[in-house]
Design a protein around this ligand. Structure first.
Ligand SMILES: C[N+](C)(C)CCCC[C@H](N)C(=O)O
Ligand SMILES: O=C(O)CCC(=O)C(=O)O
Length: 510
């Protein structure tokens, strides 16, 4: 069983979650009162705090002095340290410590080598508990639990309306907070009612944060004209992948909004000329979507293309309705886009989404040695298509497919077989095991259980956590125009943290 909450069990648990996240506000923390304040004691090195008869925390004197929260030691607006850490005597010891309603009150001795007199610090009980290091104390609400999902997510995908996020003031901020909470929980979200144009889509993205500019530009529009040296700018199928595996820090979020897909080949999109290969590699790929016409030429793309077998249903958000949306169901009305640009699945170009954390949790359970190998072997990647302008991006010896935090929790899936470079730093004894591991991972990625295939339509965008959810696309014909942008992981996490802090403070009334 994965270390996350249960995988997606469609039904009340999901609805309960949506209702709980309707507002991005958690219940107020219960403050202490005079007759149940934590008890404190100190020795020559540390202050001890008794939270209850079984739970104690110990803080070193020098640590407490270095972390004083007063406005002369910590800038009240920027939260940057003003205190000179290196003036604190290594053997500093409080004159007095006491428990107060506001928290732990400490008085420090005057500093013999400076004009500073005695100094008083007050540390809120909540802050001390959150930052206890001896021992660490699990927070009551462990933040957003990740809900892992598979193809059945199509029954009730996380969704929000553009109209809610773009509302002015607190209403819009609360919708934004819920949107980002859903992304943190599920790793993706649909956004309905998006006016089918680049400008509105860009405004939506910028509600989260500034856009991550790359060699593809800032806010991008793309079609199959090789305007940039990448196969995304062709009409071939792209197997399940995360973007930017050739960057030290792959983008955190990636938004896609299909603006147009029509049968006619517009002047801006040319079919990519190359030797025509039989479609033996993707026997299923064209079953439910476009087969290249005789005058189309196709290059073979990666072998990990979407398993869009004729049996797999293509989910079209236009029938989308979800409890997560505010108010009425968010069905995408036909007025969202003129019929002329409405895509139909015979043209191909379906979008593939896969919860990499879901697949990794199955891999960890069923194939622990494969999971370990993909967590240890570094895989180099490159982007060389813009070598004459941006140069050649490369991650040198590379990064592992699966990355973990200090607690051993999975925090990133980094995978793109097309962009994978020459593996020249692998131990010879591991080569065959490595390819077996890749095949095993690929086989779990490309099952109908894992693959959520959707037909995007103008008016409904999708955003993915690029550190968790893999995406791809089936091959297509015709004129297809997609727009979107990248946002850094730090940026969107910071935005969500700020929104939560603001509303929690508002609710707790301080
Ligand atoms: C999204 N946009 C079309 C602008 C760029 C796509 C880049 C795709 C690249 N192979 C990667 O995996 O990062
Ligand atoms: O064209 C699409 O739908 C997706 C392209 C893609 O996978 C990418 O830009 O990374």
């Amino acid at each position: 069983m994965s270390e996350y909450s249960d995988t997606m069990s469609m039904g009340t648990s999901v609805i309960d979650f949506y209702m709980a996240s309707t507002l991005c506000i958690t219940s107020p923390k219960n403050p202490y009162d005079l007759d149940d304040l934590p008890i404190t004691s100190l020795d020559d090195k540390r202050v001890a705090i008794g939270w209850d008869t079984r739970t104690w925390s110990r803080f070193h004197h020098i640590w407490l002095r270095d972390h004083c929260r007063c406005p002369t030691c910590l800038h009240p607006k920027t939260m940057q340290r003003l205190l000179n850490t290196f003036e604190i005597p290594p053997d500093i010891r409080p004159i007095m410590v006491e428990s107060s309603l506001k928290g732990l009150r400490v008085v420090w001795p005057a500093h013999e080598h400076s004009e500073h007199g005695e100094h008083e610090s007050v540390y809120s009980w909540e802050w001390l508990k959150e930052n206890s290091y001896d021992p660490t104390i699990e927070p009551e609400d462990k933040g957003t639990k990740k809900i892992l999902w598979n193809a059945r997510i199509s029954q009730s995908p996380p969704t929000i309306s553009y109209n809610d996020v773009l509302k002015p003031g607190e209403e819009g901020e609360q919708a934004l907070c819920k949107w980002l909470t859903n992304i943190e929980t599920f790793g993706f979200s649909f956004i309905t009612d998006v006016p089918p144009n680049a400008a509105s889509t860009e405004s939506l993205v910028r509600k989260i944060s500034f856009i991550r500019e790359t060699h593809y530009g800032g806010f991008w529009e793309f079609t199959s004209n090789l305007a940039k040296g990448d196969t995304a700018y062709t009409n071939i199928a792209l197997g399940a992948h995360t973007d930017n595996t050739y960057f030290t820090d792959p983008c955190g979020l990636q938004l896609f909004h299909l603006l147009e897909h029509s049968a006619s080949e517009s002047s801006s999109s040319t079919t990519y000329t190359s030797t025509t290969y039989p479609n033996t590699k993707f026997p299923n790929l064209y079953a439910s979507s476009a087969s290249p016409t005789s005058n189309d030429t196709q290059i073979t793309s990666s072998t990990n293309s979407p398993n869009a077998s004729s049996s797999s249903s293509v989910f079209t958000p236009s029938s989308l309705s979800s409890p997560a949306t505010q108010g009425a169901d968010a069905t995408v009305s036909s007025s969202s886009y003129p019929a002329s640009s409405a895509p139909n699945s015979s043209l191909g170009g379906q979008t593939l989404l896969i919860d990499g954390f879901y697949v990794a949790s199955i891999l960890r359970s069923l194939y622990p040695s494969v999971y370990r190998l993909l967590s240890e072997i570094r895989i180099p990647a490159h982007a060389a298509g813009e070598r004459d302008s941006a140069g050649i991006f490369s991650t040198g010896e590379g990064y592992t497919v699966l990355s973990h935090n200090a607690s051993g929790e999975l925090i990133q899936v980094r995978w793109n077989n097309d962009d994978r470079s020459v593996l020249s730093s692998i131990s010879p004894s591991l080569v065959e095991e490595f390819y077996t591991a890749l095949r095993t991972f690929h086989s779990l990625l490309t099952t109908p259980d894992s693959e959520f295939l959707i037909q995007l339509t103008p008016g409904t965008a999708v955003i993915v956590d690029n550190h968790r959810v893999l995406h791809g696309r089936t091959a297509f014909v015709g004129n297809r125009r997609m727009c979107g942008a990248y946002i850094g992981k730090d940026e969107w996490k910071a935005k969500l943290r700020g929104l939560r802090e603001k509303y929690e403070v508002r609710i707790n009334g301080h």
